[in-house]
Design a protein around this ligand. Structure first.
Ligand SMILES: [Zn+2]
Ligand SMILES: [Zn+2]
Length: 343
């Protein structure tokens, strides 16, 4: 099969290679990949700003149908439409694992970083990580279940808004567009902020029904939040851009004692005004990846139409055009870019 491989550490070192089709061992499932989304993490791995264990097939945001099952697999059958959690193996015994937080296990090996992922025709995963898709959920749209689970984990586990609370989402990339929808589904009055570079993505925010969508290079974000909160500031700010100015803006727009949820990854050390966060006694939560309990929540939100991912997928390219896809994702000129195996 064709697969997009990180061949060595260091910037670049991505190549399309022909690999043997994976064969499921006991308890394993091979998924025929319908599509796999390009994540910010993939861009960070390409730039060597995020650790991977080459040679490894990248890609962890996927859905497809079951192509083969190994011995002892009863959860799913061949032909079932599925998505998968990215965890390939964990220690299972550390405090984090026992608390249902495999994303924090030091022994965690995930598809797309440690073991072969889904920028390929097939991906092999443990059967207990596979989830059947709700009937009304399109398979390609379900490739975004992973980012939905990430945002569901961060927002619902750490910073659930009270109904009517103003929630600011800074950064209208795919994560921001999903986070905004989840915060809205939780009852928040959502304000999505981007810059003039994000014109297309801000339009996607309007398309999926986010009530307040603003380009901060044109509109006065401080004034907008002040007007919506009687000058108090937002009780919840969600940083999804992974840039220092966005972080500083989030701190500025937060109300004293409010919550800052950090979802964006910066990929490097950055200089931000932490004193401003301290002086406001903000509660600062990092949210990294997702936990297993977030997956059914994500699928429920998607099946109910409360989180729409299909409109966010604005580019679908064959795997052979991965370089164009990565460039588009880096240029922020699209919503989610999805690569599909060339048939
Ligand atoms: Zn991802
Ligand atoms: Zn562990």
């Amino acid at each position: 099969m064709q697969a997009l491989v990180k061949t060595a550490r260091g910037p670049g070192h991505l190549a399309l290679q022909t690999l043997p089709d994976p064969v499921p061992g006991p308890g394993e499932v091979v998924i025929s990949v319908a599509g796999c989304g390009i994540c910010g993490t993939d861009l960070h791995i390409e730039a060597d700003e995020y650790a991977s264990v080459p040679p490894v097939v990248l890609g962890h945001e996927t859905a497809g149908h079951v192509a083969a099952i190994g011995a002892g697999v009863h959860q799913v059958g061949v032909g079932d439409r599925v998505t998968t959690q990215p965890f390939f193996s964990i220690c299972g015994t550390c405090e984090r694992c026992r608390a249902g937080r495999p994303n924090l296990c030091a022994q965690r090996r995930s598809i797309g970083t440690h073991v072969n992922g889904a920028f390929a025709e097939y991906v092999k995963v443990p059967a207990h990580r596979v989830l059947p898709l709700p009937e009304n959920l399109d398979t390609l749209a379900a490739a975004m279940t992973e980012p939905v689970a990430c945002c569901a984990h961060g927002i619902l586990d750490y910073a659930p808004p009270a109904p009517g609370d103003v929630a600011v989402v800074s950064g209208p990339g795919p994560m921001g567009l999903v986070a905004a929808q989840i915060a809205r589904a939780a009852g928040a009055e959502v304000v999505l902020l981007g810059t003039s570079d994000d014109e297309r993505r801000l339009a996607l925010g309007r398309q999926v029904g986010i009530p307040h969508v603003h380009d901060i290079t044109r509109d006065d974000a401080d004034g907008i939040i002040a007007a919506l909160t009687d000058g108090q500031g937002a009780p919840l700010v969600i940083e999804c851009a992974g840039t220092a100015p966005s972080f500083d803006q989030c701190v500025r727009l937060a109300q004293p004692g409010g919550t800052l949820l950090q979802i964006g990854l910066y990929g490097k050390s950055v200089q931000v005004d932490l004193d401003a966060a301290i002086i406001k006694e903000l509660r600062l939560f990092g949210s990294f990846g997702q936990v297993p309990t977030a997956w059914p929540r994500a699928l429920d939100l998607m099946a109910a139409g409360k989180v729409q991912t299909a409109p966010l997928i604005t580019a679908v390219l064959p795997l052979t055009q991965w370089a164009d896809g990565f460039a588009a994702a880096r240029a922020k000129s699209e919503g989610k870019v999805v690569l599909i195996p060339a048939g």
